[in-house]
Design a protein around this ligand. Sequence first.
Ligand code: NDP
Length: 246
Amino acid sequence: MTEQRVAIVTGASRGIGRAIAKRLAADGRHVVCVARSQGPLDELVSEITADGGSASAKTCDISDFDAVAALVEGVAEEHGRLDILVNNAGITKDNLILRMSNEEWDAVIDTNLKSIFVACRSAARPMMKGKFGRIVNIASTSGLVGNSGQANYAAAKSGLTGFTKTVARELGKKNITANCVAPGFIETDMTKDLPAGVIEHIKGVISTRDLGKPEDIAACVSYVTSDDAGYLTGQTIAVDGGMTMC
Ligand code: NDP
């Protein structure tokens, strides 16, 4: 059995997930970095290892539910434990509701909500066995206040908050916490194509007047997954520069 706490971070090949993986490795976890692209994951593992951390890479398409279950169960079996699950991978397929296709709706709900249910269900048993668990689901301020053009995404992310509270209620007595971290606008590939005018408008409604960095989210996830955070559960923490304050 691996001595270190073992963490799975999905969507670790870039952006917020990459920063979370690096931060949890710096916290002393063994981090299993998950995404579809092998190359960036291998680079990340090399970087973490060079910095003295411990990590491994697993490719998985999280919209394949059987593959998600096999991944989570396989990691728990390989290491003899699973302590931390960060469901970060997510996609957007934006469109106004009048134009949104059933396929756009389903793709976002499947990847951003259903796959996370499957991952959490698979993680529950090994976490119960280990009498410890920290589940963090990366939601979004879109799920808290809505966002024009994102009916599918906001529904999935809002769904995550209710789902996560339920997981927290069901598993709390087993020393397993479940929380959402809801980023505001963070500088990643997901936001890089927003028009300059939109970015300026967004900055105007953010109290700190700037977009966030992936490391801002990683710092919050670091605390929520720590041994010290055992009394924090069922919460959705918005890390958004004071944009929503809800
Ligand atoms: P990016 O688009 O930069 O990265 C997405 C990550 O998810 C990549 O590592 C990608 O890897 C992985 N991914 C996507 N689809 C799949 C899939 N089907 N199977 C496995 N991995 C997948 O996104 P961000 O870093 O910006 O976002 C991370 C999370 O934060 C998402 O859940 C997003 O909704 C949320 N968020 C982001 C905000 C922002 O402003 N950036 C704001 C609010 C929430 P690969 O392509 O290699 O599979």
